[in-house]
Design a protein around this ligand. Structure first.
Ligand code: ADP
Ligand code: MG
Length: 261
C-alpha cells in the first residue's frame, strides 16, 4: 500500500483463522483517517470483536498487519484505549482508582487535574457515589461504566469501543453518546465503535461499515457525515433527515441477504 497522510489506522491484508476457519472472507483492508468516527455494524459472530481485539493488540492477525501511523500494532499501549466487555476493571483498585489508573502515563497532567478529570468522568457515567467502592461490590453494567470513564479520562488518541453502551439505560446511553461525539470532535480522537443499534450508529458515526456474516466481508461503507454533517445534537436525532437515513440503513441491511443485524 502507498502511504498517504490520510492513512492513520490501516488494516493491511489482514486475515484471521480460528481452528483453520477464516473469520474474514478475503484479506481485510480498511483505511481510517485520523479523527474519523467509524462504526462497525454487523451480525453477531461475524468477527467484529476479533477485529477490535487485533486493533488493540490483544490478538494477532494470522497474516497481514494493522498499522497505526505506519507502525505495526503489537501489544496494547496507551495510544489505544479500549472498552471491551472482557477487558474491564481491576478488582484490587476502587472505582475512582480504576478511573485514575487510565491516566498513569499522563505526565502532562497535574495531580489536581487528574482528580478533576476522575470526578468529571465518574459523574458522567453516574458512578460518583461509588468512587470508593471496589468493583466486586457493583454490577456488571456499572463495571462497564467504570471502563468507559477510565478510557475517556485517559485521553487515548484512538478509542476502541466494543458495544460499550449495551448495558446502559436509554437516558444514560443517549447522554454518553452526545458526550462521546463531543469529545471525539473537539479533541479529534479516532474511534472504532461496535454496535447492533442502527440509531446509535447513525447518531455517532462519520462512517458506518456494514459487515456480512462470518467470514466477514464489507457490505457497505456509508459516509454519514456527508449527509448529516458534523454536529450531532438531540435536535438532529428528531429530524426527518436523521429518520430517513436510519430507515435507509435498516432497509439496506435487510435487503442484503443473510445480513440481518
Ligand atoms: N478465541 C477463539 N477461538 C475460536 N473461535 C473464536 C475465538 N474468538 C472468536 N471466535 C469465533 O470467531 C467468530 C467471530 O467472533 P467475534 O469476533 O466475537 O464476533 P462478533 O464480535 O462480530 O460477534 C465467531 O464464530 C466466534 O465463535
Ligand atoms: Mg462481539
Amino acid at each position: 500500500m502507498n502511504v498517504r497522510t490520510t492513512d492513520y489506522l490501516v488494516f493491511d491484508s489482514v486475515t484471521k483463522n480460528f481452528d483453520g476457519l477464516p473469520v474474514v472472507e478475503t484479506p481485510f483492508n480498511l483505511v481510517i483517517p485520523r479523527g474519523q468516527f467509524v462504526v462497525f455494524l454487523g451480525p453477531s459472530g461475524c468477527g467484529k470483536t476479533t477485529l477490535m481485539r487485533m486493533s488493540g493488540g490483544l490478538d494477532t492477525p494470522s497474516s497481514g498487519e494493522i498499522r497505526l501511523e505506519g507502525e505495526r500494532v503489537g501489544k496494547p499501549d496507551q495510544r489505544r484505549g479500549m472498552v471491551f466487555q472482557s477487558y474491564s476493571s481491576f478488582p484490587w483498585l476502587t472505582v475512582g482508582q480504576n478511573v485514575a489508573f487510565g491516566m498513569r502515563y499522563r505526565l502532562d497532567l497535574s495531580k489536581e487535574e487528574k482528580r478533576r478529570r476522575t470526578d468529571h468522568y465518574l459523574n458522567l457515567v453516574g458512578l460518583h457515589e461509588f468512587a470508593n467502592a471496589y468493583p466486586n461490590r457493583i454490577s456488571g453494567g456499572m463495571r462497564q461504566r467504570v471502563a468507559i470513564a477510565r478510557t475517556l479520562a485517559a485521553g487515548s488518541e484512538v478509542l476502541l469501543m466494543d458495544e460499550p453502551f449495551g448495558a446502559l439505560d436509554a437516558q444514560r446511553r443517549e447522554q454518553l453518546q452526545v458526550e462521546l461525539r463531543r469529545i471525539q470532535s473537539e479533541e479529534s480522537r479516532t474511534v472504532i465503535f461496535v454496535t447492533h443499534d442502527v440509531e446509535e450508529a447513525v447518531f455517532l458515526a462519520d462512517r458506518i461499515i456494514v459487515f456480512s456474516r462470518r467470514p466477514a466481508r464489507i457490505l457497505e461503507d456509508i459516509d454519514v457525515t456527508s449527509q448529516l454533517g458534523d454536529a450531532r445534537t438531540l435536535a438532529l436525532r428528531d429530524s426527518d433527515m436523521f429518520f430517513r437515513m436510519k430507515t435507509q440503513i435498516i432497509q439496506r441491511v435487510r435487503d442484503t441477504s443473510g445480513a440481518e443485524v
